[in-house]
Design a protein around this ligand. Sequence first.
Ligand code: KIV
Ligand code: ZN
Length: 389
Amino acid sequence: MSDKKIFIFDTTLRDGEQVPGCKLNTREKIELALQLEALGVDIIEAGFPISSPGDFQSVEEIAKIVKNATVCGLSRAVQKDIEVAAAALKPARRPRIHTGIGTSDSHIKNKFNSTREEIIERAVQAVKWAKNFVDDVEFYAEDAGRTDNDYLARVVEAVIRAGATVVNIPDTTGYCLPDQYGEKIAFLMNHVPNIDKAILSCHCHNDLGLATANSIAGIVSGARQIECTINGLGERAGNTSLEEVVMVIKQHKQLGFYTDINAKELNPMSRLVSDTMRMPVQPNKAIVGANAFSHSSGIHQDGFLKDASTYEIINPEEVGADGSKIVLTARSGRSALAFRLQKIGYSYNRNDIDTIYQTFLQVADTKKEVMEEDLHTIAKAYNETTVTA
Ligand code: KIV
Ligand code: ZN
């Protein structure tokens, strides 16, 4: 069973915090880190210590306070970056340095004006340098999604030989299709001779809306860590959403995987991140969006009211959501109207509902949503006509 555990590496405080407008101060980062630990994440990427004195301080304070999770700091494959990350992580019980370099030809030529051989050398030197400070070193092959697989296998083999415990295969630009990303991981599992000495990690961006699917394809092919963020926050279109991968794994038991995430904390965590970062969650966001458990069309409402499983694959309580909602709009049906009226104290028979429904539709056509006060008005008007009739 142990090889089926998927390690959840949360990067809300690093990749997520890179979102314009989402910057966090040290106090906010500490609060979120403690909640991430309570949620059950295995690794917290707390920041990029060399990027600013404030981020150094945040990583250091999180390293002091977090008890069980591994605390990770990002660096480039640069000695000074690694030294600064190591200094920030010094108080951590379980420190991890995350270092790396671009490996795609585009990064090698356009970013580094370098060669494939030189990049392997820099990667190896970075891992070796980081090993002087911590045992747990994760290497990222930036833009691995667009890196030639044969070359990537050579990079992965070299960094594992240099001591990397985890090798991150980022689809930095969110370019890959799920089968391509899955095949990339499978290729590495089958062609890197020392792959048993490290675990592979999926770090997928969402530029084509495929981050969750790609991460799942990655673990099916042999990766054992997923890098993700609360609410899918991250550069550009974001990162893999933590709540999505956790619930895919939980819902699809046939995959045989598990995580240590306490799913009941997913919605509270999502709200905390949204409030702290002042970044609203899109209403239709899976698992944590305001509409994730709302039913508004008549056909769905009728089925849901007969048996929730007809239109819900997750019990909202399982993920700490407020509960299922029957929302009334001009597309809603009689069952939903009767249900909502009953909830606020009006019980009617089928004939009454047939009549009230006509008034309801007239109101509904003028509004986005029919609210409780509208229902009171509709019900009171109907009750008056029936009393005077
Ligand atoms: O997307 C990416 O490649 C990254 C690396 C720094 C891990 O965020
Ligand atoms: Zn990233």
